[in-house]
Structure formats: structure tokens, C-alpha cells
Design a protein around this ligand. Structure first.
Ligand SMILES: Nc1ncnc2c1ncn2[C@@H]1O[C@H](COP(=O)(O)OP(=O)(O)O)[C@@H](O)[C@H]1O
Ligand SMILES: [Mg+2]
Length: 309
């Protein structure tokens, strides 16, 4: 079990992480979701002992990161957001280097490097230099490096940012498979689809704070209505907004410039009403889209902003 207890970190006068606490159970794939700048990497760096916290601690199987860093490091494989590989060495040589750093030697080192190359699907490309690799292949080797010492916990910081879709799918499938085989995972991302695909329990962070934590179904309950309807217009009038606010079907309403987001449990009726009132008020609708329950809609509901802003 991994317990994050009231972590706090300040950079100058900015509190990057404010009292973050959560527990990750053995065998779980836990998602840490939040937009850029939310404090995800700072949190991950404190969990892995790379950065010291101003307050709070992390316990892994009862061992404190503050007091037992060396013992804790053996249990954790960390995939940092920045790629840490030697460009002029081959993929295999890089893995040998990292394996030695983890204390592996001889036959055991060779065995683990071969196994890890299989896991990340790059056995046939292992002898090529890293600077010949695509961004996605580099990422996969970076993940491989974190797996060499057979950690019980895998901690990944945005492992799919800026890579090709094929490598991205490969990484997602690899994480799913590792988790199925018993690996406990903390998966950090600002892509809600990835967290939704991989994780059962999720923490949502924004501006250094935890804004929601729970199983997916629990998070979906923030959207009382169940459906969110987004209407982009050429310009909103107050009259129309007043009519929307009065509608019995509207559970929640968020206005962002020329866009209105409504949540409802009766989408068909609300769509008809939205269009009818827009016609009465001479509002030009540019797009109208319907978002069923997903984490993007939960984030929007909690913050009034879209996850990718
Ligand atoms: N070393 C640092 N020095 C100063 N500010 C930092 C440092 N690292 C992160 N920050 C700031 O802390 C906040 C959280 O950053 P980060 O943890 O990287 O967020 P995320 O990984 O969710 O994008 C941001 O406002 C960022 O600019
Ligand atoms: Mg980050």
C-alpha cells in the first residue's frame, strides 16, 4: 500500500502542491489527472523522493520516503516526464547502464534487460542508437528502465505526451497488462481518456489542490444530471441566458464567453428547448454537442474550465 499524507511544496510564493493526500492499494492502477501546472509532477517527485516536501510524508508498505529512501527506492520504478537516456548509446546499452545503477549484475542483468525489451516491444530494435529512435520508442525504453529492478510500484509521469499514436497505444496496453499481472501503478496524465481507460480510482488535481477523489462512478455523480450539453454561439444575450436558467431541466449552467454548458438528466427535451429559445431570441448556434458522463465533464463541472485549457 502506498499512502500519500498531506504533501505540501512551495516554490517561492507559489504553493505548487497543497495538502495532497491519497492511498493507493496493492494491485491498483491509480490515476492522477489534472491540467498542465496542476502540481502532478511536483507530487510525483515527492513520492519518489526526488524532491523533498515542505510538509507531510509518503509511506510505501509502511516505510517512510523521508526516513527510508533507499529501501523505498527498491520498491518503486519511476518513469519521469523528462526522458533520461544517453543518445549515443544503443537502447540495450542504456538499459544495461540503468540496470547497473539499480545494482543488477551478470546473468541477472542480461536476463532482465532481455525481459524488459520484450515487455516494451523493442527487442528487434535494441541495438540501434537512441538518437535514431522516435520519441515514442524512447519513452518505451524509459519505461523499460524503470522496470529493470522488478519494482512492486510503477509511477509514471505523463508517459504519452508528444508521441505518435502507435507508441501511445502500445504504452497504454503495456500498462494495462503490467497492472493485470499484479503491478501497482500510479498513472499521471492530463488526458482524461487515458486515465478513464486505465484507472478505477482517480484523483483530480487543479492549482495544487485535490478537487476530487474516488472511483470513476463516484466522480460521475458530481454531474447530477448525467449529461452535459455544450452550446457554442455567435454571441449570447442576457435574455436567452435568463430563459435557460429558468428551465426545469437544467441542473447546472456554466458560461464561458460565447459558450454555454448545461447539465441535465433529460437531454432530448433540453436540446429542443435550447434550440426553440435560441430561435426566439435570435441567437445563432454554431455547434451543439452532447457529452455523456466522462471525466472531462466532471472537471468542467468542478472548475468551469475544460481540462485542456
Ligand atoms: N522547480 C520549480 N521551481 C519553481 N516553480 C516550479 C518548479 N517546478 C514546478 N513549479 C511550478 O509549480 C506548479 C506545478 O508544476 P508541476 O508539478 O510541474 O505541474 P504539472 O506536472 O501538473 O504540469 C507550476 O505552476 C510550476 O510552474
Ligand atoms: Mg508534469
Amino acid at each position: 500500500m502506498l499512502q500519500v499524507k498531506e504533501l505540501r511544496k512551495r516554490f517561492g510564493d507559489r504553493e505548487a502542491v497543497s495538502d495532497i493526500s491519497f492511498t493507493v492499494n496493492k494491485g491498483e492502477c491509480f490515476g492522477l489527472l489534472g491540467p498542465n501546472g496542476a502540481g502532478k509532477s511536483t507530487t510525483i517527485s515527492m513520492i519518489s523522493g526526488l524532491l523533498s516536501s515542505d510538509h507531510g510524508d509518503v509511506e510505501i508498505d509502511g516505510l517512510s520516503v523521508k526516513k527510508n529512501l533507499m529501501a523505498v527506492k527498491k520498491k518503486m520504478g519511476v518513469v519521469p516526464q523528462e526522458i533520461a537516456l544517453y543518445p549515443t548509446l544503443s537502447a540495450k546499452e542504456n538499459l544495461y547502464f540503468w540496470g547497473r545503477m539499480y545494482g543488477l549484475r551478470g546473468a541477472m542483468l542480461k536476463k532482465r534487460v532481455d525481459e524488459v525489451l520484450e515487455i516494451v516491444g523493442l527487442t528487434d530494435r535494441a541495438k540501434e542508437r537512441i538518437d535514431q529512435y522516435s520519441g515514442g520508442m524512447k519513452r518505451r525504453i524509459n519505461i523499460g528502465a524503470a522496470l529493470l529492478h522488478q519494482p512492486a510500484y510503477l509511477i509514471m509521469d505523463e508517459p504519452t505526451v508528444g508521441i505518435d499514436p502507435q507508441s501511445r497505444n502500445h504504452i497504454l496496453e503495456t500498462v494495462k497488462e503490467l497492472n493485470k499481472q499484479g503491478m501497482t501503478v500510479i498513472y499521471t496524465s492530463h488526458y482524461m481518456e487515458e486515465v478513464e481507460f486505465l484507472c478505477e480510482r482517480i484523483a483530480i488535481m487543479d492549482h495544487g489542490k485535490m478537487i476530487a477523489l474516488g472511483r470513476k462512478e463516484e466522480l460521475y455523480q458530481y454531474l447530477v444530471g448525467g449529461t452535459s450539453i455544450r452550446v457554442v454561439t455567435a454571441g449570447i444575450h442576457e435574455n436567452w441566458l435568463a430563459k435557460l436558467k429558468e428551465m426545469a431541466n437544467v441542473q447546472n449552467i456554466v458560461v464561458q464567453e460565447d459558450t454555454v454548458i448545461l447539465s441535465t438528466s433529460n437531454k432530448q427535451e433540453l436540446i429542443h428547448q435550447v434550440i426553440a429559445t435560441a430561435m426566439d431570441e435570435k441567437i445563432e448556434i454554431q455547434t451543439l454537442d452532447i457529452q455523456e458522463l466522462n471525466l472531462e465533464a466532471v472537471f468542467l463541472h468542478l472548475t468551469g474550465r475544460s481540462l485542456r485549457d
